[in-house]
Write a new protein. Structure first.
Length: 126
């Protein structure tokens, strides 16, 4: 288990580099998510998961769109299985929305951006 957080970035279809998303684990989750001054969207994923790879660009787009109002982080369930289990993650991708250290909403499986934005609005992110 790593003690430090990893920063992940991707490139969008136009070749523009996307905003970095921090990868968190059991040691960094509390500080990065539960004690964050901003609401946090947590992407529970695995590298081998096809739907997770489909979901990643959507999460990156939302991280960019809501920059300064919300942050997004990633949790690799293969490396942080106990953390994922502690939040009831049994299928991936699972997106969990935290605000003020509290879990406010969960979405399981691939979700188009428009649908995820609707869920964020329901969970409190306008």
């Amino acid at each position: 288990m790593r003690a430090s957080a990893t920063v992940c970035s991707t490139t969008n279809p136009t070749g523009k580099r996307r905003m970095n998303m921090r990868e968190v684990n059991e040691k960094t989750f509390e500080q990065e998510v539960l004690h964050s001054g901003l609401p946090v969207l947590v992407d529970f994923y695995a590298d081998w998961c096809g739907p997770c790879r489909m979901m990643a660009p959507v999460v990156h787009e939302l991280a960019e769109a809501y920059e300064g109002k919300m942050k997004a982080v990633k949790v690799n369930v293969d490396e942080a299985g106990a953390l994922a289990a502690s939040y009831g993650v049994s299928s991936i991708p699972t997106l969990a929305y935290f605000e003020g250290g509290q879990l406010k909403g969960v979405s399981v499986g691939y979700v188009p951006r428009e649908d995820l934005e609707g869920k964020l609005a329901q969970w409190g992110q306008a």
